[in-house]
Design a protein around this ligand. Structure first.
Ligand code: F6R
Length: 614
């Protein structure tokens, strides 16, 4: 939520910053702005709307050349998306330019106090108050980093702040609390950004910043302190993907590219986690076998698509480990006083590693003495850093706002966790675990086949552009797949869609069914006879009420043929692995229908990829 980039070096800062914003636009696209220092003066350009509007403004009226600058792409929280509310914000003198991600919770009091001290604030944002606080601190002759530390001590809430000062043209200063910030270390140049994607074409060497830290970057130096000015230790890391991974590579949408990358995402998440001696090895597990044997409950917490990955994982974890497993929305978790103990393993699933609801939930869990394991796709992010253990999904960067490849990678990572627990606790024999790992290793090829056979799904989507409502039904692990199919359609095509557990149909939702409502049904593999047959009965029930049935069923399942208006074939895989193939046609359907309706598939309205406010 909001993308931030800052640069000092020998290149033209405008180019570097705008390129960084382009890679961060997935974080918010309500407005974009840039500020540069030149000749002791801060120069700012900002525009409401997507980055293209800023590009045009800069083309019409170029800023002076400069090698120090910052930029921002906004997801609006305080104040509508206008030019005035766009970042950067400046102080009364125009000496300071500041960008911000997060929410300053005490901004109303700060604004009143600043007004009383003679400041004039012109925007509706919480951010602008901070620019004026910096102005006050700098007035005493302190340097920008000192001023930033003094200001941060007055702020409540969540923030990443990045500032430049006309009087100190060779530095950019940034601070963080509860919001993402990473440093990129280059040769004769340095960067700060919300995400490594912003500087990946310049350097892959990064520094992870901790909570309540301030960093000063200059051309040749990076200095990190706490809010009192004391030096702190930092963790350096190397980004294991390159700029090409963050490009569209000839695809019309990032989402299409990311859907196609799913076989690779699954194999990379499995890679190196199974040793030749037949044992699972999870490098970043950090919890000892004894600690894992003490676990008596697993609670998975996550939001959105990651939550649905957790719902899938619950079936496997309970089945393989016999440990009770609950799945809960992170936004609900800490407000209901959950029963937690030292024996509870809280598993936080998050692609970004920055989702505020999930972060707050894990903090609550740790305060209660529980152990926390993160399943995360983003190295250097906050959630894994604050967890006792982490399993990284190696899906590579996901730029489209709607999650696709990370959903599959999250399921695989959770399955590795389940199998690892089973291995340590002895609830599965080694050869059984090896068998399941072998089945998982077949999944990339199965997904590849679904991708290769997707044209009828695309045609179907194009034939349904006038549809106003779509239902998705599934059972067992097919239920979260139905929820995910509905979420993708809502967020991309802005069409009403709902996912239901097929068994719940008769308890109410069946009233929604008529000839105008297409219904997707995910049919369990025939191996699980009872479940399969019950879902086939459900298809007959809805068809009898006039619905158009779109049935996803495995190869060779002839029982569904008579009741399917459209039949999407899935490769035969074991039941627990079916979500890894069944989700893919639903992603393609949503993407194609959204495209046919002229929606912006990669940047749907009102959304942002990384939700760093509660
Ligand atoms: C939907 C989607 C979101 C995210 C959710 C959690 O396509 O991507 O629902 O899954 O905002 O985000 P992370 O995984 O970054 O915590």
């Amino acid at each position: 939520m909001c993308g931030i980039v800052g640069y000092v070096g020998d290149k033209q800062a405008q180019e570097v910053v705008v390129e960084g914003l382009r890679r961060l636009e997935y974080r918010g696209y309500d407005s974009a702005g840039i500020a540069l220092v030149e000749g002791g003066v801060v120069h700012t350009t900002k525009r409401a709307g997507k980055l293209a509007n800023l590009d045009k403004a800069l083309a019409d009226e170029p800023l002076p050349e400069s090698t120090t600058g910052l930029g921002h792409t906004r997801w609006a929280t305080h104040g509508p998306p206008t030019d005035l509310n766009a970042h950067p914000h400046t102080d009364c003198t125009g000496r300071v330019a500041l960008v911000h991600n997060g929410i300053i919770e005490n901004f109303a009091q700060l604004r009143i106090a600043l007004g009383g001290r003679g400041h004039t604030l012109t925007s509706d944002t919480d951010t602008e108050a901070v620019a004026h606080l910096l102005e006050e601190e700098l007035g005493g002759g302190t340097d920008l980093a000192q001023a930033m530390r003094a200001v941060c001590r007055q702020l409540q809430g969540a923030f990443t702040l990045v500032a430049i000062d006309g009087d100190q043209p060779d530095v950019v200063v940034a601070a963080r609390r509860n919001s993402p910030l990473v440093v990129g270390r280059g040769n004769g140049e340095n960067f700060v950004a919300s995400d490594v994607a912003a500087f990946i074409s310049h350097t892959r060497d990064a520094i992870e910043l901790g909570q309540d830290q301030v960093v000063t970057i200059s051309r040749d130096d990076v200095v990190v302190t706490d809010y009192d000015g004391a030096p702190v230790d930092v963790r350096e890391f190397h980004v294991d993907w390159d700029a090409a991974a963050a490009e569209k590579g000839g695809y019309a949408w990032f989402m299409l590219k990311e859907i196609d990358e799913q076989p690779q995402a699954v194999s990379d998440t499995l890679l190196g986690r199974y040793s030749p001696d037949g044992r699972l090895q999870l490098d970043e597990m950090r919890l000892s076998d004894d600690e894992l044997r003490e676990i008596d409950k697993v609670i998975i917490i996550a939001c959105g698509t990651a939550f649905y990955a957790g719902l899938v994982a619950k079936y496997a974890i309970e089945h393989w480990t016999r440990i009770p497993c609950e799945v809960e929305l992170a936004s609900e978790f800490r407000y209901r006083d959950p029963v937690l103990s030292h024996g509870t393993l809280v598993v936080a699933i998050s692609q970004s590693g920055e989702t505020m609801d999930t972060l707050m939930a894990i903090r609550h869990a740790r305060q209660q003495g529980s152990r926390v394991l993160a399943v995360c796709n983003t190295n250097g992010s906050t959630i894994p850093r604050e967890s006792d253990a982490v399993i990284y999904t190696h899906a590579g960067p996901e730029v489209a706002v709607a999650g696709t490849k990370t959903f599959l990678a999250q399921i695989v990572a959770c399955y590795l966790l389940g199998l690892y627990l089973a291995q340590v606790r002895g609830t599965k024999f080694g050869d059984e675990i090896a068998g399941i790992v072998g089945q998982l290793q077949q999944i990339p090829a199965a997904i590849q086949r679904v991708l290769a056979e997707a044209e009828p799904v695309r045609e179907l989507a194009r034939s349904l552009v006038d549809t106003r409502s779509v239902l998705f039904l599934g059972r067992h692990v097919g239920y979260p797949v139905a929820l995910e199919g509905a979420l993708k359609l809502k967020e991309l095509a802005y069409i009403h869609a709902e996912g239901f557990a097929a068994g719940e149909l008769k308890h109410g939702p069946i009233a929604l069914i008529d000839h105008r409502v297409p219904v997707f049904v995910v049919v369990p593999p025939k191996g699980r006879d009872m479940l399969h047959d019950k879902v086939v009965s459900n298809i007959q029930e809805i068809r009898a009420r006039g619905a158009r049935t779109i049935v996803l069923a495995e190869d060779g399942d002839e029982d569904v043929v008579a009741y399917a208006d459209e039949l999407i074939r899935l490769p035969k895989v074991p039941t627990l692995l079916q979500p890894l193939v069944a989700t893919v046609p639903l992603q393609i359907f949503a993407c194609e229908l959204a495209d046919a309706l002229g929606r912006d598939v990669d940047q749907p309205r009102n959304l942002a990829k990384s939700v760093t406010v509660e």
